[in-house]
Design a protein around this ligand. Sequence first.
Ligand code: PDD
Length: 287
Amino acid sequence: MSRTVYLNGDYLPEEEAKVSVFDRGFLMADGVYEVTSVLDGKLIDFDGHAKRLQRSLDELDMASPITMEDLLEVHRELVRVNEVVDGGVYLQITRGAPADRDFAFPDPAETPSTIVLFTQSKPGVADSPASRNGIKVISIEDQRWGRRDIKTVQLLYPSMGKMMAKKAGCDDAWMVEDGHVTEGTSNNAYIVKGNKIITRQLSNDILHGITRAAVLRMAKEAQMQVEERLFTIEEAQDADEAFITSATTFVQPVVEIDGAQIGDGTPGMIAKRLREIYLDESRKAGI
Ligand code: PDD
């Protein structure tokens, strides 16, 4: 069945939604995006995603074509018409389609931003085999640009990283810069030592995950210890547990890093507990 998507103010069948070949998202990766998960037909952490979107737009001096209130309505309408129970809503805003290709930004008064939203259904996403069994990761050098805190659509290197992992018979890659793990290709990275949850501190080097913020808050509320600092692949291989977080994976255990088994090679207790707490709290707070 064809989905209904949202393009520049219109709800359209996906086959009819077309964007110009001059769009700067297409020509220059001049665009930002968000992925908001849907559980039980409700949006998870919409406010966090809307705030980060506004920040990404501001950092790139890009105009928003929609108010954050209207954006919530569009999200809800797409979930409703596409009958999404579990899955997510993808949103992308680009600097629009000027008359010609030009490196300079177009005048926003003449070139309105392009906005696109579509849904993705993933029935049973909260109980995937990967979340039950854990995933295997490889490490790769982090070769992305220096403003990873802005959620741009420049996703070529993360895609290449995912393919390198697949080729190695693994599920994902953790990126390493100056000897320290930055994050996963599309998720934040954590290790557990004793009872302490360790994850890289926020900076321009990583995306400020909305799931990360929620999980760290919930961990602290559950009296778990959290330390935000740098860690190496060697420290991760020697950890008791490892896991990732994102809007599409929630809390997902990591059971192998560069061929080394983590703990006993099965999902750790703290990752499992955090996943339960996160899903439980998120379902209750969904809108
Ligand atoms: N990715 N780090 C990177 C590089 C990411 O791309 C993502 C999200 C995260 C986690 O952020 P959040 O918890 O807000 O989803 C961290 C999304 C899911 C994607 O690109 O599909």
